[in-house]
Design a protein around this ligand. Sequence first.
Ligand SMILES: C[S@@+](CC[C@H](N)C(=O)[O-])C[C@H]1O[C@@H](n2cnc3c(N)ncnc32)[C@H](O)[C@@H]1O
Length: 226
Amino acid sequence: MTAQSTLNTEPTRSVLDRLHEEAKGDRLRFITLAPRMLLSVLRHGSFAKGVTPSMMKECFIPLTAEGGELLYLTARAIGAKTIVEFGTSFAISPLYLAAAVRDNGGGLVIGTELEPEKHARALAHLKQARLDDLVDVRLGDAMQTLRELPGAVDMLLLDGWKNLYMPVLDLVQPRLRKGAVVVADNIFTFRKELRPYVEQMQSGRRGFDSTTLSIGQGLEYSVYRG
Ligand SMILES: C[S@@+](CC[C@H](N)C(=O)[O-])C[C@H]1O[C@@H](n2cnc3c(N)ncnc32)[C@H](O)[C@@H]1O
């Protein structure tokens, strides 16, 4: 990455470095939550149903820096102006996306976050990085907040709860332009839950060319044929 990119320019660089550092605390947060999570998963029969977003409201569960750089470079390569994200958390991924939109000459990143405290902190982090003018983080359930979208979407990041990857894609796909990129995180962490998603994206039946990248927790990287 060049020194001139917004990613490596202050204040964005310091905010990202600080948030990645704070996210390392997730290890301890997970250990503390583990017994409660395990019981709830056993009771409900699946991670998505047993572990609620509110249970994880202190956890970052972010994209890795490598994954974030891939998002940045992809958005730059395709000249993305309009990007949609499912699952904003404390705003690590939207910082990478908004930096790319800034370096592309402007546009809009539409994020969505269910947890009010996370939403408030995400807005504060975007402001600290001086990228808040490029991001609209919508508070609420993505299945409602992403109903209204601008005309053509260049890129979609799926990083919320895994049972909603397909429904959110159903919602956003009609807005995707030809050549749009869809990136879905946690393919290795939730291998079983996300198998139907991966199979559908790689089958070609849904209009995508797609592959799984061994970056972070596994990224499904899909390009829309239109
Ligand atoms: C894995 S984290 C996202 C991490 C973020 N992309 C980053 O890189 O920093 C997933 C987030 O999705 C949020 N979430 C889960 N279900 C949601 C829903 N139905 N609508 C909106 N957000 C949701 C959770 O509260 C959580 O903060």
